[in-house]
Design a protein around this ligand. Structure first.
Ligand code: PGA
Length: 248
């Protein structure tokens, strides 16, 4: 039985005051939801406000990136131990926007994932194909390469602690959702790649779907056999809409 993870990725939205306002409205709406994990990933500067606001609730907080060194002369970077020290428990790694705009590669995904685990953070490792790759029939080879480069080098013990997010790039922020079948097929493919870590590890890893998840499609997506949660961008910014997704 895989416990669903419902995660919000706020991207570069909201300041600390707006973060507190969100939680005041959001927490009462999800307080009766017990059988899933709820995670919110705000920008770094809002982590303390989010951790404070989510105290005494079941909602956990995550960052959206980290650097792999523990500390050092790396101007502008934030490390896993720093994120952990402010009370965040999760971190998103290898989001397609980081791959597209900030030079993230499968190798840096691997390095960040190891660093996150060493810092005691739970990584949500993102993979996904873009539109051209989908249309040319390359989805599985792209996912296979991303898996092989970013995830396969992990040890079995490390693999057991990660969550994977399948996010087709063409579905992110576009209003186009992968059909439930399309998403389920990609998830099944990713789970087959995970068999390198053993059948039980592959069966246990949680694979979230991300890309235009909204209140009105969350239930059908979450009903698919291989979908174990959602990574939600735009619709996680509003407390009511994210609560409706969490409570699908
Ligand atoms: P979206 O973003 O829900 O706004 O499509 C998802 C994501 O980028 O994680």
């Amino acid at each position: 039985m895989r416990t669903p993870v419902m995660a919000g990725n706020w991207k570069m939205y909201k300041n600390p005051a707006e973060t507190r306002t969100f939680f005041e409205a959001f927490l009462p709406l999800v307080q009766n939801t017990a059988d899933r994990e709820i995670v919110i990933c705000p920008p770094f500067v809002n982590l303390p406000a989010a951790v404070g606001a989510a105290q005494n609730s079941r909602v956990e907080i995550g960052a959206q990136n980290l650097y792999w060194a523990r500390e050092g002369a790396y101007t502008g970077e934030i490390s896993g131990p720093m994120i952990h020290a402010v009370g965040a428990k999760w971190v998103i790694i290898g989001h397609s926007e980081r791959r597209q705009y900030f030079g993230e590669t499968d190798e840096t995904v691997y390095r960040r994932t190891v660093a996150a685990l060493e810092a005691g953070l739970k990584p949500i490792v993102c993979v996904g194909e873009n539109l051209g790759q989908r249309e040319s029939g390359a989805t599985e080879s792209v996912l296979g390469d991303q898996f092989a480069g970013g995830i396969t080098p992990l040890t079995a013990d490390q693999f057991a602690q990660i969550v994977i997010a399948y996010e087709p790039v063409w579905a992110i922020g576009t209003g186009k959702t992968a059909t439930p079948d399309m998403a389920n097929d990609a998830h099944r493919f990713l789970r087959s790649q995970a068999a390198k870590f053993g059948q039980s590890a592959a069966a246990a890893v949680r694979i979230l779907y991300g890309g235009s998840v909204k209140a009105d499609n969350a239930k059908i997506l979450m009903g698919q056999s291989e979908i174990d949660g959602a990574l939600v961008g735009g619709a996680s910014l509003d407390p009511k809409s994210f609560a409706a997704i969490v409570n699908f």
